[in-house]
Ligand binder design. Structure first.
Ligand code: UD1
Length: 419
């Protein structure tokens, strides 16, 4: 067990390089299964979720090696179309291997990815869509036995909700399917575009990514390529916020294509100055942040649920009252307890959280309950007077590469301690 020990109150200043997006890296790694020859993914973050995906690929018989920030995969030697339950449960996104495995081999056995700290995360949309494409899926004791002996066939798929994972699974299943697949009410997140761009480089025929209707014409084969993973917009907002809460200054490197435009206006409304030049983004924060107008989480291009906790941490010390409305996940206010322990004034009722900014937070002993909620506690710890200890760091390690080193690099007093 490890914890982060933070001595807050110092204004942070310096440079942080932005790595590739976790939420892009995982579907891209699943996509490598579909390719002949070698695939090289550059700018891959060194995260526990990425290591889990490497283990899944290796388990199926693929050659998968990660050196520094480059992952090289060759799926020519794939032997098993099965992922053990323990590996499926290591991360929720393991489900994105379902569409790729089924598309590649015509049959696979996987398991439900397991419960999640954000509330129920059903996969009904994934399953319904794959069944429409001709798959037979038998469910038994948490196991999913999937067959498509004649291969998958393209069809029209309307998603009841623009689920990111379901859109990715259908894309992965459709690129080698017979005929055309049309996904309507598809997710429009930037990571969907990154996946489509990668697949196109490999020979796939995809149009409409980034819009609500995606059209995929199946092809006979895909060939591996070299692809640079898009920068992590959620990590980017996290680092900008970590510095902003201390009244500091940041140069965020590699941020040009980070697609943060739906959140940057919120930081500006809070009083931060943000400039872009070449490949970098510059943030200059005021001494005290201002509250922002009501934030409603929505599918892209709306305000992302993944940064709700991060911006809430900022608002705990902003001047005025901020209101949040969480519309994507049922249990995404679990960071609130930790923030309140640090002196924040937050009132939650159902989907709504009201934050009354206080003059200062005080260090406390708190626990990360999920990935972004954990990052929010670290941000609050940087602003707080005294020492904050954040336990359950493994949640944070799923999405931030050595967060303590990154923040230490801009002057934070933060240590990782093994208990
Ligand atoms: C992805 C992101 C996650 C982000 C989320 C929403 C990755 C690895 N993770 O997760 O960081 O918070 O998008 O932007 O990219 N739903 C169903 N049935 C389904 C699938 C989803 O009801 O079959 C519901 C979920 O319960 C949830 C909502 O749809 O309420 C959004 O889920 P979804 O977009 O699928 O999120 P993920 O792809 O799991």
């Amino acid at each position: 067990m490890q914890k982060l020990v933070i001595k807050g109150g110092t204004a942070l200043e310096g440079e942080i390089p932005l790595r590739g997006a976790k939420n892009s890296a995982l579907p891209l790694m699943a996509a490598t299964l579909l390719c002949k020859g070698e695939t090289v993914l550059e700018n891959c973050p060194r995260l526990t979720d990425v290591f889990s995906a490497c283990r899944i690929l290796t388990h199926t018989g693929c050659r998968c090696a990660m050196k520094e920030h480059t992952v090289v995969v060759c799926a020519d030697s794939i032997k098993l179309s099965e992922i053990p339950e323990s590996m499926m449960q290591e991360m929720r996104s393991s489900i994105v291997f379902l569409g790729a495995l089924l598309g590649k081999t015509g049959s696979c056995r996987v398991y439900y990815p397991g419960g999640c700290e954000l509330g129920p995360r059903p996969i009904d949309l994934h399953i319904e869509a794959l069944c429409r494409m001709g798959a037979r899926i038998e469910r038994c004791e948490g196991r999913l036995d999937c067959y498509a002996p004649e291969g998958l066939s393209g069809c029209n798929i309307h998603l009841k909700f623009p689920s990111v994972g379901a859109t990715e699974n259908v894309m992965l299943a459709a690129v080698l399917a017979k005929g055309e697949t049309v996904i309507s009410n598809a997710a429009r997140e930037p990571e969907i575009c990154d996946l489509a761009e990668f697949l196109r480089k490999c020979g796939a025929l995809i149009k409409g990514d980034g819009e609500s209707t995606i059209r995929i014409q199946g092809v006979k084969e895909l060939r591996g390529c070299t692809h640079r993973i898009m920068p992590d917009r959620i990590a980017g907002i996290t680092y900008l916020s970590a510095v902003a809460v201390t009244g500091g200054k940041l140069k965020l490197l590699g941020a040009k294509d980070a697609r943060m435009d739906n959140v940057l206006p919120v930081l500006e409304q809070a009083g931060c100055r943000i400039d872009k030049a070449n490949d970098a983004m510059y943030l200059c924060a005021p001494k005290r942040l201002r509250a922002v107008s009501r934030l409603r989480t929505m599918p892209h291009p709306g305000f992302p649920t993944d940064v709700q906790a991060i911006i809430m941490a900022l608002m705990t010390v902003a001047k005025g009252v901020s209101v949040f409305e969480e519309n994507i996940f049922e249990c995404r206010y679990r960071h609130v307890d930790g923030l309140v322990q640090m002196g924040a004034e937050i009132y939650v009722s159902g989907r709504i959280a009201v934050v009354n900014g206080v003059n200062r937070l005080c260090g406390a002993h708190v626990a990360a309950t999920d990935l972004r909620g954990g990052a929010a506690l670290v941000i609050a710890g940087l602003a707080a007077e005294g020492t904050t200890e954040v336990r359950q760091v493994h949640h944070i390690d799923r999405g931030y590469e050595t967060i303590e080193k990154t923040l230490e690099g801009v002057g934070a007093n933060i240590l990782r301690i093994s208990q």
